[in-house]
Design a binder for this molecule. Structure first.
Ligand code: PMP
Ligand code: GLN
Length: 391
């Protein structure tokens, strides 16, 4: 018997669809392609951190930890923020451990926005930002980052034009996925000025905080004048320590902002994986040298992939931070990046993501493709071989 199938999902959920990462990872598996779509590393995290997690599993850290996170992890987060950025958080009231940055971001939007509020995000945006806004009944207003040969330009007027009386929250990501942009001090100072002037809360996703290249510095928005009390800073162990499958993240900020996240968290996950938390505390306390090496490796991987893409006829936009390179396919013999990415697995056995998948307005990004370079050098060498001669 065939029945017409109507989804019983709530409309705000049905419209979320399947994430581009799931789709692309399945496509890579189906076509036997190298997966430069989803950003996850091919090498493991620090051995002593893995050993600490194994030890915790074997020695009873297997029941509910505190909702806020273990005391050792909250203390390590507070110390890391103070040491690196000079920002001060009370581990008792101003930090909450979450199941990845993803939970922190969605819980922030759910916990801080009323239905009808507006959330400002830079376009293109990481996919969970508009999804979080939608779940909260809020509206996402996109502020375009304009592609230029040297990178992606912040436009102060575009941000100011996007603000309305309904604007509640600005959701910023630096280093930025998918563009590779690292916001400069001047850009962040301008964004801070807008937040203060319009009384906006800033939620800043800093999951790539350690991964900035060519001697750049990551600046945390919370450290700028007027921002400490209105900023919720989100990060995670996934990218910093190549532990994306652990899903241990956190949010730090003023007590009322963190409380709003906790209120949501207590009814979504309640607590985050017990045996992993103190291992992440160890990574944050002792992992600086390990991450410095990772940063160097990623920078050289970025350069290697860039050379391969250029040799394959693409124009690479320099990536300042993060896991991803942007490359223009304008010179390839295809109508746009969407078509290029559709054909690529079949012609070259490589999967990548069209940048417009992250954007509300596809036109400015129509020729751009996001390639992940957080892979082993041999994988990137293989991609270079497969792309040359290219489409
Ligand atoms: N924000 C950005 C910008 C990301 O690229 C990712 C993917 N790691 C996340 C958040 C999600 O982080 P997590 O895996 O810790 O939930
Ligand atoms: N952050 C990863 C990326 O941008 C994907 C994470 C996920 O699959 N949700 O590729």
């Amino acid at each position: 018997m065939t029945t017409a199938f109507t989804s019983r999902a709530a409309s705000r959920v049905a419209s979320l669809g399947t994430t581009i990462f799931t789709e692309m990872t399945e496509l890579a598996a189906r076509t036997g392609s190298v997966n430069l779509g989803q950003g996850f590393p091919e090498t493991d995290g620090p051995p002593d951190v893995l050993a600490a997690a194994r030890h915790a599993l074997a020695h009873g850290a297997n029941q509910y930890p505190p909702l806020n996170g273990t005391p050792a992890l909250r203390l390590a987060i507070a110390q890391q923020r103070l040491r690196r950025y000079g920002t001060v958080y009370d581990p008792e009231t101003e930090i909450v451990v979450t199941s990845g940055a993803t939970e922190a971001i969605t819980a922030s939007v759910l916990g801080l926005c009323e239905p009808g509020d507006e959330v400002l995000v830079f376009d293109p945006a990481y996919d969970s930002y508009p999804a979080g806004a939608r779940l909260a009944g809020a509206t996402c207003r996109r502020v375009p980052l304009r592609p230029s040969p040297g990178g992606f330009d912040y436009d102060p007027d575009a941000l100011r034009t996007a603000v309305t009386p309904a604007s509640r929250l600005l959701l910023l990501n630096t280093p930025h996925n998918p563009t590779g942009k690292v916001f400069t001090h001047d850009e962040l100072a301008d964004i801070a000025e807008v937040c203060v002037r319009h009384n906006l809360i800033a939620v800043v996703d800093e999951v790539y905080e350690y991964l900035v290249y060519d001697g750049r510095k990551h600046i945390t928005l919370a450290s700028l004048p007027g921002m400490a009390d209105r900023t919720l800073t989100v990060s995670s162990a996934g990218k910093s320590f190549s532990l994306t499958g652990w899903k241990v993240g956190w949010a730090c900020g003023a007590t009322d902002l963190v409380s709003a996240v906790r209120s949501v968290k207590q009814y979504t996950t309640f607590a985050t994986a017990a045996p992993l938390q103190d291992a992440v505390a160890l990574a944050l306390s002792d992992g600086e040298a390990w991450v410095a090496e990772l940063r160097g490796t990623l920078q050289s991987n970025r350069d290697m992939l860039a050379r391969g893409l250029e040799a394959g006829g693409l124009n690479v936009v320099p990536a300042e931070g993060g896991y991803f390179l942007q490359a223009s396919v304008a010179r390839a013999n295809v109508p746009d990046a969407l078509e290029y990415c559709r054909l690529l697995p079949y012609r070259s056995k490589v999967v990548a993501i069209p940048t417009q998948a992250f954007a509300e307005h596809s036109r400015p990004y129509a020729s751009l493709v996001r390639f992940a370079f957080c892979k082993a050098p041999r994988t990137l060498a293989e991609v270079s071989d497969r792309l040359s001669p290219s489409l």
